[in-house]
Design a binder for this molecule. Structure first.
Ligand SMILES: NC(=O)c1ccc[n+]([C@@H]2O[C@H](COP(=O)([O-])OP(=O)(O)OC[C@H]3O[C@@H](n4cnc5c(N)ncnc54)[C@H](O)[C@@H]3O)[C@@H](O)[C@H]2O)c1
Ligand SMILES: [Zn+2]
Length: 389
C-alpha cells in the first residue's frame, strides 16, 4: 500500500488517540480530524497534556464530519481513512435522534460523497462499528440450538424477567459467543446508525473499488476514556462515582454482562486491519471473547479505587439495554492473526493508575438519568428490597 497520511476522524477521542499513538510509533504520519465535541472534551478543551499532539508526525484539523467542505481540506494528502468520529451514547441516542443520525450516518455519507465525486488518493477505509448492531446477539437453547432473541419487551422488564427467552420455544437460554454472521437487530438509535454506517461503507467500497474493513468493537475501556461524558463508558462513570464516594446504582440484578476489551488491543486490531490486505472486505469482531458481569466489574474497580462507596442493586432498567453479549473472536484471529493481549486485571490496573492522575469530574450521571426518566426510557422505581454489595 502506498504510504501517505492516515486520516483518523474523531482522532482526538479515546480510540482515535490510541490508534494514532500506535501508528506514530510505527513511523506513520497521521492527521486527526475532530470537532472537539464539548460532551467529550468539556466546554474548553485542554489538550496540553497530550505530548503526542506535538509529535512531528501528527497534524490536527479541527472540523466537523457533517460539513461537506471539510473533506476537500483534509483528504488532499491522505491515503487511508480510519472513520471513528461519532456520537456514542446509546441512551442519549433515543431522544437525540437527528443529532445521532446526522453525525453518524450523515458524516459517513458526506465522506463517501467526497470519495465518489472528487479526485483523491484514498486507497482504504476502516470503519469503527459496534457490537450493538447485533442487539442481544447469540444464545444457546438446549432444545433449539443457536438462537437470536429479540430485544426484551416492556412486560419482561416489568416482571423482572431479566434473561431473554428462546424465541422459538420460550425456554431458558444462555448467552454464547456472537459471530459476525449473526443476525443484526439493532435495539437503539445508536445501533441503527452504526449498522447504517456499515451498509453505506460496504456498498460504496464495492462500487468505488476502495477496500474497506469494518470492525465491530465490544465495550472498549482504558486510559484516556472521557471522564466528562456521562452518556457512555461504564468504567469511567463508576470510577467517577467511586472517587466521590457516591452510591453506585447497578441496574437490573447486576448480573447483566459485557465483553470488556482494552483500548490498546482495539488500537492494535485497527492498525492490523489498516496496514494488511487480509481484512479487506471483512467485518470483524473486536473483543476479549468473554463476558464479565456488571457486578464483577464494579467490584474489581472498587478493589482498586478503594473508598467507602456503596453499591446498590436497584432493579432499575433502561429500555434498549441488552442483557449479555460477547464476541466470537475466531474470524479476526484467522484473518489478521489478532488475539487480545491485555487481561481484564491488567487493563483495570492501567485504567485506575491513569484515573488517579486525572482530576475528579463532577458526576453528571444524574442529568443523563433524568433525561431518560423524563421521556419514559428508563424505569425510575427502585425496588424496595435493594441489595447492597
Ligand atoms: N468506546 C467504545 O466502547 C466503543 C464501542 C463500540 C464502537 N465504538 C465506536 O468507536 C468510535 C470511537 O469511539 P470512542 O470511544 O473513541 O469515542 P469518543 O467519544 O472518545 O471519540 C469520538 C471523537 O469524535 C469526535 N466527534 C464527534 N462528533 C464529531 C463530528 N461531528 N465531527 C468530527 N468529530 C466528531 C469527538 O469530539 C471525539 O473526540 C465511534 O465510532 C464509536 O461508535 C466505540
Ligand atoms: Zn428453544
Amino acid at each position: 500500500m502506498k504510504e501517505d497520511k492516515i486520516l483518523i476522524t474523531g482522532g482526538l477521542g479515546f480510540i482515535g488517540l490510541q490508534t494514532a499513538r500506535l501508528l506514530v510509533e510505527q513511523g506513520h504520519q497521521v492527521k486527526l480530524l475532530d470537532n472537539l465535541s464539548p460532551q467529550i472534551h468539556g466546554a474548553v478543551p485542554d489538550l496540553s497534556s497530550l505530548a503526542l499532539l506535538r509529535h512531528p508526525l501528527v497534524e490536527i484539523v479541527r472540523g466537523d464530519v457533517r460539513e461537506p467542505g471539510v473533506w476537500a481540506r483534509t483528504l488532499v494528502d491522505v491515503s487511508c481513512v480510519v472513520h471513528l468520529a461519532a456520537e456514542t451514547g446509546t441512551g442519549q441516542s433515543m431522544y437525540e435522534i437527528s443529532r445521532y443520525t446526522e453525525t453518524n450516518v450523515g458524516g459517513t455519507a458526506s465522506l463517501l460523497d467526497y470519495l465518489a465525486n472528487h479526485k483523491h488518493n484514498v486507497a482504504k477505509v476502516v470503519l469503527a462499528s459496534s457490537r450493538s448492531v447485533y442487539g442481544e446477539g447469540a444464545y444457546m437453547c438446549e432444545r433449539c440450538g443457536l438462537v437470536y432473541p429479540p430485544a426484551r419487551s416492556e412486560s419482561m422488564f416489568r416482571l423482572r424477567q431479566w434473561e431473554p427467552l428462546c424465541p422459538k420455544c420460550r425456554g431458558t437460554i444462555s448467552a454464547t459467543a456472537t459471530p459476525e454472521s449473526a443476525e443484526t437487530t439493532p435495539a437503539s438509535i445508536y445501533a441503527a446508525t452504526k449498522l447504517a454506517q456499515e451498509h453505506l461503507i460496504r456498498i460504496a467500497s464495492q462500487a468505488l473499488g476502495i477496500p474497506a474493513v469494518i470492525f465491530r468493537f465490544q465495550n472498549v475501556y482504558g486510559e484516556g476514556q472521557s471522564l466528562k461524558n456521562p452518556y457512555t463508558g461504564i468504567l469511567s462513570i463508576f470510577s467517577n462515582q467511586l472517587r466521590q464516594g457516591q452510591t453506585i446504582n447497578l441496574y437490573e440484578d447486576a448480573q447483566e454482562s459485557r465483553d470488556f476489551v482494552h483500548v490498546s488491543d482495539v488500537a492494535r486490531a485497527v492498525v492490523l486491519g489498516l496496514l494488511s490486505e487480509e481484512g479487506n472486505g471483512c467485518t470483524l469482531n473486536v473483543g476479549s471473547g468473554f463476558p464479565t458481569s456488571v457486578a464483577r466489574i464494579a467490584l474489581l474497580l472498587k478493589e482498586r479505587l478503594g473508598g467507602e462507596t456503596q453499591m446498590v442493586v436497584s432493579g432499575q432498567y433502561r429500555f434498549g439495554d441488552i442483557r449479555h453479549g460477547y464476541a466470537d473472536m475466531s474470524t479476526i484471529r484467522a484473518k489478521l492473526g489478532f488475539v487480545p493481549e491485555v487481561s481484564l486485571e491488567q487493563g483495570l490496573d492501567r485504567f485506575v493508575a491513569w484515573v488517579r492522575t486525572q482530576q475528579v469530574e463532577p458526576d453528571r450521571l444524574n442529568t443523563a438519568t433524568q433525561e431518560l426518566l423524563a421521556r419514559g426510557l428508563m424505569e425510575g422505581h427502585v425496588e424496595s428490597k435493594t441489595t447492597t454489595i
